[in-house]
Structures are given as C-alpha cells and as structure tokens.
Design a protein around this ligand. Structure first.
Ligand code: RP5
Length: 151
C-alpha cells in the first residue's frame, strides 16, 4: 500500500481475508511517488521469490498499481483507497490505464480490499485445488448469510 494510512479499516481486511484462506502474503508500505526505489527493489525480489499476485492499494493520485504493473508481468490488482474526494480520484487514477499495461481494479476502500483478496484466491484456485475447495465453501456460507427479507 502507498501509505500506512491505507492499512486501518481498509487493507487490513484484505490481509484478514487472505489469512482466512491460508494464503501466505507480504504486507508492505511502498509508494510509487515517495519511495520509488523501494518499489523497484520489492518487485525484483517478488519475481525472484516467485510471488504470484501483487495487490496494490493507494489513494489520491494513485499510481502505485499502474507503475507496479509497468515493472512486472505478474498480475496486479489495484485497490483505490478513500481520499478527500471520497476515492474517486484514486479510482480513476487506478482504473484508467492506457492499453498495454493492465491493472485489475477493484472497488474503492474496504469492499475493494476484500474483493482483491477473494479475486486472488480465485486466480490461485485455477492452479491450486485446495483454494478452489475453500472458495466454494466460502461462497456457500456467504450465500446462507444473506437474509431473505430486510426485516
Ligand atoms: C497515497 O497517498 C497513499 O496510498 C494514501 O492513500 C494517500 C495519502 O497518504 P498519507 O498522506 O496519508 O501518507 O500515496
């Protein structure tokens, strides 16, 4: 994530969701603007360590996911975080990638953070059957929790 301020109430939910599925992950503060050297170093190591997916969360003029995608061929999922403009700036900065360098952009804030984790599970489930099983169970229990009536 671009800042420590993206963690509480947002990216912590991404991490919690990954933990629920038993997915090993690294959590780092790396900014495309403030710490570009850290980003380059991290991505070199990510490829060397055979990481499979990068989730990049950032707010405001949110270039983290796009710059990350430009530096690696690993799939990059972008989570726009909330801002003074309610995250619309972050969303547009993350989603409006010119053709050639894709970022899979999720919803603004907590929903996007959780869905980035769930989409990662879904991607990994094509390679690892154990995640497919867990994801199917999760979906079933999720469906059961949706009330049939609002009162
Ligand atoms: C972005 O700027 C971060 O991702 C964060 O969402 C936003 C504000 O950062 P702080 O000023 O709170 O560190 O780079």
């Amino acid at each position: 994530m671009g800042s420590k301020s993206d963690w509480k109430g947002v990216m912590e939910h991404c991490s919690d969701t990954l933990k629920k599925f038993g997915i090993k992950h690294d959590v780092k503060v790396i900014s495309a603007h403030r710490t570009p050297k850290r980003l380059h170093k991290f991505l070199k190591k990510a490829e060397k360590d055979k990481m499979e997916i990068i989730i990049a969360a950032a707010g405001m003029s949110a270039h983290l996911a796009g710059v990350t995608a430009s530096l690696t061929t690993l799939p990059v999922l972008g989570v726009p975080t909330e801002s003074k403009l309610k995250g619309l700036d972050s969303l547009l900065s993350t989603v409006q990638m010119p053709s050639g360098i894709p970022v899979g952009t999720l919803a603004i804030g907590k929903a996007g953070a959780i869905n980035a984790a769930l989409l990662s599970v879904s991607i990994l489930s094509t390679r690892y059957p154990k995640y497919l099983q867990k994801l199917s169970q999760y979906r079933k229990s999720f469906e059961r929790k949706v009330p049939k009536s609002p009162y």
